[in-house]
Design a protein around this ligand. Sequence first.
Ligand code: AMP
Ligand code: GLY
Length: 423
Amino acid sequence: MKVLVIGGGGREHALVWKIAQSPLVERIYCAPGNPGIARQAECVPLAVDDVERLLAFAREREIGLTVVGPELPLTLGIVDRFRDAGLTIFGADRKAAQIEGSKAFAKDLMARHGVPTAAYGTFTDHRQAVDFIMSHGAPIVVKADGLAAGKGVIVARTEEEAISAVDSILLEGAFGEAGSQVVIEEFLEGEEASFLAFTDGKTILPLASAQDHKPVFDGDQGPNTGGMGAYSPAPVVTAELHERIIETVLRPIIDGMASEGCPYSGILYAGLMIKNGDIQVLEFNARFGDPEAQPLLARLKSDLVPVLLACARGSLEGVSLDWHDKAAVCVVIASGGYPGSFEKGYEIRGLEEASTIDDLMVFHAGTALNDGRIVNSGGRVLGVTGLGETVAAAIDKAYRGVKVISWEGAHYRTDIGKKALGR
Ligand code: AMP
Ligand code: GLY
């Protein structure tokens, strides 16, 4: 079978790497891909939001399975278009992808189905938003409703900070259309975990647990990023909690969406806050997490392709997942200045040496080819992913890889996975 993966980041490199191991697959294309992906797939210069040309490509090449990595094409309805054309595609359709595309949609859905989440209000009116902030007080969290490339959430320590966030979103249009309304919600404390599950709209097949590291600096200091590293399994998600997340979060959402005529198929990502065994949902994503996908797929023993096909075809019942006993840790190396503005085009050294280390995968996220040299081209550049018998061993492995790679300004956190060791 020929497979098309849409996207060009670390998540898609991990997907391509895993799909390439399937005996069912004869050829992989990736649009647009990146220089790391180019080793396992033929990269096609098509943008992830160019739905019509992606569809034409899939038809022309007789693609048997299309896998959508990022959220943007999902919210644009790529799954609906491919299905209408009779093609098999893994991902949520336009209606269901609103679970990520609109925070108000996700919050209202949770409220209707009794899923635990922070108390909130949704506002288009500036005056009412300010009144809500003043009556609840800080800390408080302000979120642009729509897709904002991970920048639309402001955790405000003071009322002034919250109001200025509302000003910039509702009055100054900082996020354009994505900020036509805001969700303002109660500030939650605890430890975050990422819980992902495959679903065909009926059956729920959970993945192993994972944990991301959002702030840019060690010790969770500094501004939030798309994620500076992740590991799996995450001991904060105990076996008991795992079952409770399925019962109190995933089951009501999947059944609720089906009963509302908006069945969800693909992979559902729940961002959770856990405190003293209590679960609260921070957000849903309609895709694999990035970087969570890297350690999760590195640990997955089962062939991924039959699982993706079963989700897309509505036949997930009876499918199971096998995991390697090893733990996996992914350390992201970012460009100097990220998550602020950064310089690109520096040659990345040490990739050859890293490729000789056993049980180490260097997934490319923001790289480009320039005169035959691999250079940094994005904020998050590489996801250096190590496997080990324990989390401690996986941490050692990942940092062994990180240490041999360098370019001007490159930076990374030195404490990825440490929280797991504390437990
Ligand atoms: P989201 O995109 O909704 O997950 O928000 C991004 C990040 O903001 C989360 O990973 C949390 O670190 C933080 N965050 C979001 N909502 C809340 C909340 N209600 N309380 C505390 N932190 C939050
Ligand atoms: N790592 C967080 C996300 O993918 O949204």
